[in-house]
Structures are given as structure tokens and as C-alpha cells.
Design a protein around this ligand. Structure first.
Ligand code: GMT
Length: 383
């Protein structure tokens, strides 16, 4: 198949999933055409099966804001015709599904270009549910040829908010070979002393991730005399709040702010416990990546996280903001290496058996084929 993929290239889990999906599809013999404003950050190499088409933005004094959605629609239509795309698969509803529908409509006298929208989370739970964006998001869902969501939770949230239920759940995935525990690596020696347990948080430090709670959790652990270090990977608006709280609590020397890193899996591979105290998480890709590296997860019981992390088996779940309970759970794991190993092995087994690329990618391909088949059947009936 010739598949067009659009993602937000630099920010967030939807870009990661869309980019890695494209790479996996190319490995299985499909031609993938990424259409976005810049090269997606997780797309480390272009091959003869992976192509990138940059959306060109025109500036003009009259435009107070550049009309990116229109520029994207134009590029989608151009690429679809030039590369004979079989379908467009957009990640994150706003504005990508609207641009794709516009592209489809603009070329439909020449060829029909099916549009598949994958919902990732905040496009529905925050942005899409904002009254001002609700009608256009609903239109994007209704007019897409196929819609997928990354968790059962997100499907339910979409039904409740948009009264739209024709949604296939296809979860996030990992390549098991890319996420492998490696506690003896040099990175581990750089990050912590031998006797320190490493607690890790990875995010874009938006307030929805509640990264300051990680500082609170570390404080609870250190208060009990445990030897631990918090490694915070990523950057974003809440980073200074984390630094400020750490200073107030007098524990800044026990925290490493690693900043944005391309090699997230290297950090997870040397971690002992993963913290994800988010306010909302439609799936929790970072938690899945941690489990795949045999790292138990201490997280909020929210959104799709309980579908990924099994309480008391692969990690511990708590109410949002209950940093005392999360601190107790983290401390239990810090103090008991056998328990960490047991949870870690169970986490890896669960991640690989339920969420490996070999399980999930065929579900996307089967979904594409179903949408294309339905389209051909409808066209045959009309003629
Ligand atoms: O919130 C983010 O970190 C970005 C957001 C996105 O859509 O880019 O991530 C969402 O998509 C990920 C991939 O499907 C999910 O694993 C995340 O749980 C989800 N984030 C939220 O729902 C807050």
C-alpha cells in the first residue's frame, strides 16, 4: 500500500506512535509518505520506503496567523495525487482530520482518498471537548472513513463527548528489541551511585503530567532514609516548578534534570522504578516503554493507565495527586529488590505479549484493508 501519515512532528506521544507506525509499515513492505511541517523527531532515517514531504507555509502581511491547516490540506492533496496514495492516516484529530477531509474533497473528482483518524487523547479529552472545537472535531470523526482510538477508555470518552461510536481500539505498541533492561550500562554509572535506586519520570512537563508530584514522591522516599535518585527526562512548562519545589524541600541534589533526550529507551533501561502521576493519560505510552524495560510503574489510576499497568502485579496505581500513597508504593519497591524484579518480569511479559509491534501493526493493516474494501464495495454498488 501507499500510505500517507500526518503527525505533530516534535511534540507528544501521538507523533511517536505515528512515526514508529510508519517505520514498522515500511519494514513490512509498504511505502510510507510522512506529510508534516518538519521531519518527525522519532524518524531517524529515511529509506527507499519512507519519504518526507514538508508542508510549505506562505507568509503574507494580511495573514495574522499562518493558515497551517490549509497548507497541510494542499500538501496532502498534492502528495496523494503524485504518489498515488491509497489512504491518509492522520494522528491527532485537530486539525489533521479536517485538513485530510478537505484534501479528500478537493481531489475527489480524480480519485477517492480514504481518511483514517487515530485519536490519541488530549485531542478528545481536552481540545476536542472545548465547546469551541467540539463541533468541528465531531465533524472530523463523522467524515473520516475510519477512526481508531488508543484505548478502551478513549473510545468510551469519545462516545460520551461526541456521541460517536464507530471506533476501533488499537493500542500503542513497542518494539521489544528496542526496550531491554541494561543495569550495567555506563549511563547508569553516570546517573547514580551503585547503592542508589533510580526513580525515573519521562514527559513533556505539561501540567497534565503533574511532574511536581514526582518531586513529592522522592521526598517521601528520602524521608525514610532510602538511597534514591530521581531522573527527570524531558522539558516543558512545569520544569521550573519542579526545580522550585525540590529546592524548597532541600532535595535538589537528589534529582537529575536530564532535559530532552532522543534515547529515552537508554534511560528506561537503567531505571528501577517509573513514575507517571498524570492527571489524565489516554494510554500512557511512557509507562508501556518502562514495563518493556522491566521497570515497575507507580502511576495514577486514570484514563487508560489501568489497561496498561496491572495494580499489584506490574506496578501500583493510586488516586490522582495521592503522593503519600505513591511515596509508600515507591518506597516498598526501593526497599525490596526481589519485588522489583518480580514486577519487572511480569511487566515485560505483559508488554511483549499484549503490545509488541508484531501484535499491533497487523491490526492497523487489517483495519486499512477493511476500510479500502468497504470503499471499493460501495463504489462497485454505485456503478
Ligand atoms: O499528552 C501527551 O503527552 C501528548 C499526547 C499526544 O496526543 O501527542 O499523548 C497522548 O497520546 C499518547 C500516544 O497515543 C498516549 O500514550 C498518551 O497517554 C496521550 N496523552 C494523554 O492522554 C495526556
Amino acid at each position: 500500500m501507499n500510505i500517507g501519515i500526518t503527525v505533530y512532528p516534535t511534540y507528544g506521544g501521538s507523533g511517536i506512535v505515528g512515526s514508529e507506525l510508519g517505520a514498522e509499515l515500511a519494514q513490512r513492505g509498504h511505502n510510507v509518505h510522512f506529510i508534516s511541517s518538519t521531519l518527525p523527531s522519532r524518524l531517524t532515517e529515511l529509506t527507499e520506503r519512507i519519504h518526507f514531504h514538508e508542508v510549505e507555509m506562505m507568509t503574507y502581511p494580511l495573514f495574522e496567523h499562518q493558515p497551517y491547516s490549509l497548507a497541510l490540506a494542499t500538501k496532502m492533496a498534492t502528495v496523494a495525487r503524485a504518489e498515488r496514495l491509497d489512504l491518509l492516516h492522520v494522528h491527532y484529530a485537530i486539525p489533521h482530520s479536517i485538513s485530510a477531509i478537505l484534501a479528500r474533497e478537493s481531489i475527489k473528482s480524480k480519485r477517492y482518498l480514504p481518511v483514517i483518524t487515530t485519536l490519541h487523547g488530549t485531542d478528545i479529552t481536552l481540545v476536542g471537548a472545548d465547546r469551541s472545537y467540539l463541533p468541528i472535531t465531531k465533524y472530523g470523526l463523522q467524515e473520516s472513513d475510519g477512526v481508531t482510538a488508543v484505548s478502551r477508555f478513549l473510545k468510551k470518552a469519545t462516545i460520551e463527548t461526541f456521541d460517536y461510536d464507530d471506533i476501533e481500539v488499537i493500542p500503542n505498541f513497542i518494539c521489544p528489541n528496542h526496550y531491554v533492561r541494561d543495569p550495567e550500562s555506563d549511563l547508569r554509572k553516570e546517573l547514580a551511585d551503585r547503592n542508589e535506586t533510580i526513580l525515573t519520570h519521562v514527559s513533556n512537563f505539561r501540567s497534565v503530567k503533574r511532574p511536581v508530584d514526582c518531586v513529592e514522591i522522592l521526598d517521601r522516599v528520602l524521608k525514610h532514609g532510602a538511597k534514591a535518585r530521581l531522573v527527570m527526562v524531558g522539558d516543558g512548562p512545569q520544569r521550573s516548578a519542579c526545580e522550585y519545589r525540590a529546592e524548597q524541600l532541600g532535595i535538589k541534589q537528589y534529582i537529575t534534570f536530564a532535559g530532552k533526550k532522543a534515547n529515552i529507551s537508554d534511560y528506561l533501561a537503567v531505571s528501577d522504578i517509573f513514575l507517571l502521576p498524570s492527571e489524565l493519560e489516554s494510554f500512557g505510552l511512557a509507562a508501556l516503554e518502562a514495563l518493556a524495560c522491566e521497570v515497575p510503574v507507580v502511576a495514577s489510576r486514570v484514563g487508560g493507565i489501568p489497561e496498561v499497568v496491572t495494580d499489584n502485579e506490574t506496578g501500583y496505581l493510586s488516586d490522582i495527586g495521592d503522593v503519600d500513597k505513591m511515596g509508600e508504593d515507591a518506597l516498598r519497591l526501593v526497599n525490596d529488590e526481589d519485588l522489583r524484579t518480580q514486577f519487572g518480569k511480569a511487566g515485560r511479559d505483559s508488554a511483549v505479549s499484549r503490545y509488541s509491534a508484531n501484535e499491533i501493526i497487523p491490526r492497523y493493516i487489517e483495519f486499512y484493508e477493511r476500510i479500502l474494501g468497504a470503499r471499493s464495495a460501495a463504489a462497485a454498488e454505485r456503478s
